[in-house]
Design a protein around this ligand. Structure first.
Ligand SMILES: NC(=O)C1=CN([C@@H]2O[C@H](COP(=O)(O)OP(=O)(O)OC[C@H]3O[C@@H](n4cnc5c(N)ncnc54)[C@H](OP(=O)(O)O)[C@@H]3O)[C@@H](O)[C@H]2O)C=CC1
Length: 342
């Protein structure tokens, strides 16, 4: 007991004294779709950061002890003195921060940052080919990479990025729509359109997926005086079976009318109207992973690929297992890399 406790205390002391803690100002707050905020923060002195790195953020007005990690989505260039982080409002700390920002305004808060810190996601920048899978706000480590591609369309590394992004609501794609469209056009104008492959998946609301799950497992319990309680499983009609087996087509028909957390009707917004270049890359439902991996194996039959993943734990576990399985059964080898802040 004494040994682990002293290790913990030494680690804590080391962290306190080696910290690069600095006070920063919140220069701007932008509210994005899906209850997510983009904070523009002033850079502390000698702050330099690479794509994929993250900082720890403390707001003394919310908590004196808590530090939370956020990936730097826009890294400061030599002439700039600010950087961006994106915060999805989910949980006590982020909700309290959102409330204080609305009540007091950004200037009224005492904010500190520590870092930047290295992250396994930095490896994407050195890959000849990188598979990047992001879910929701897990897109953050890849945003700075896109910016790098936009400013340096002809660099050799990263050579090519396959970016697959899963969001619940189509509006969330707007976080990245401008940047992604500009990057694709810039790469095209530089004769390197092959460097960026984007696939977008919109899964719609939880309410609907629950409803869908319930419909997939209908159990009927009846009470009969002679036999007591009987339990029956309802059989699907042929039409229902077809619907469940074609997730990207017919299922859409009955997932369209949910309500998102901002109260607007899901399915009304269409990214294709504003950003046609992205609109044609949108699919409905969760990715069909066998198809996705099958395509990658087909493209790179004997390669050693890196799959970078940022998203919920269940997705991370699923993809780690898929990488192991595919590496064991085909000539394409996958190394799985992930980063998760919970
Ligand atoms: N730098 C980093 O590494 C960062 C990582 N994160 C991590 O990213 C995660 C994302 O959070 P948040 O934005 O709230 O995500 P959401 O809960 O909004 O989920 C995003 C999307 O992922 C889909 N999804 C979830 N599980 C699976 C699965 N097993 N297979 C396929 N799709 C799946 C969801 O689909 P459905 O609607 O069907 O559930 C949804 O469309 C957090 O867990 C956080 O830890 C966040 C920020 C930065």
């Amino acid at each position: 007991m004494a040994f682990p406790l002293s290790c913990f205390s030494m680690d804590l002391l080391w962290r306190i004294f080696s910290r690069n803690r600095a006070r920063v100002n919140i220069l701007q707050v932008t509210y994005m779709a899906g209850r997510t905020m983009s904070l523009t923060l002033s850079c502390p002195e000698r702050f330099s950061c690479r794509a994929g790195q993250y900082v720890l953020l403390q707001c003394l007005d919310v908590s004196l002890l808590e530090w939370h990690p956020f990936t730097v989505v826009k890294i400061p260039e030599s002439s700039q003195s600010d950087f961006f982080i994106w915060i999805r409002v989910k949980g006590d700390w982020t909700e309290a921060l959102e409330r204080l920002l609305l009540d007091r305004g950004p200037a009224g808060l005492n904010v500190f940052i520590d870092g930047p810190f290295s992250s396994p996601m930095e490896g994407v920048a050195d890959c000849p080919v990188a598979m990047c899978v992001a879910a929701g706000v897990g897109i953050t480590p890849f945003v700075a990479l896109l910016r790098n591609m936009l400013t340096n369309p002809k660099t050799h590394f990263p050579g090519r990025i396959h970016l697959l992004w899963i969001v619940r609501h189509e509006e969330e794609i707007t976080w990245l729509a401008d940047l992604a469209t500009k990057t694709m056009l810039r790469l095209r104008d530089s004769n390197r359109p092959d460097r960026l492959h984007i696939e977008l998946y919109v899964t719609n609301t939880k309410d609907n997926s629950n409803a869908r799950q319930n419909e997939e497992n209908i159990h009927i319990v009846t009470f009969n005086e002679k036999q007591g309680v009987t339990h029956m499983k309802r059989e699907f009609t042929e039409d229902e079976k077809a619907t469940l087996l074609t997730p990207n087509k017919k299922r859409n028909g009955y997932v369209a009318k949910g309500v998102n957390n901002e109260g607007s009707n899901v399915g009304e917004y269409s990214i294709a109207k504003e950003y046609p270049l992205l609109g044609c890359r949108v699919r409905r439902g969760r990715p069909h992973w066998d198809r996705v991996f099958g395509y990658w194996v087909h493209l790179y039959p004997q390669a050693h690929l890196h799959l970078y993943c940022c998203g919920p734990k269940k997705l991370v576990k699923l993809l780690r297992n898929k990488c192991k399985y595919i590496s064991g059964t085909t000539k394409t080898k996958f190394t799985f890399v992930h980063e998760g802040f919970s």
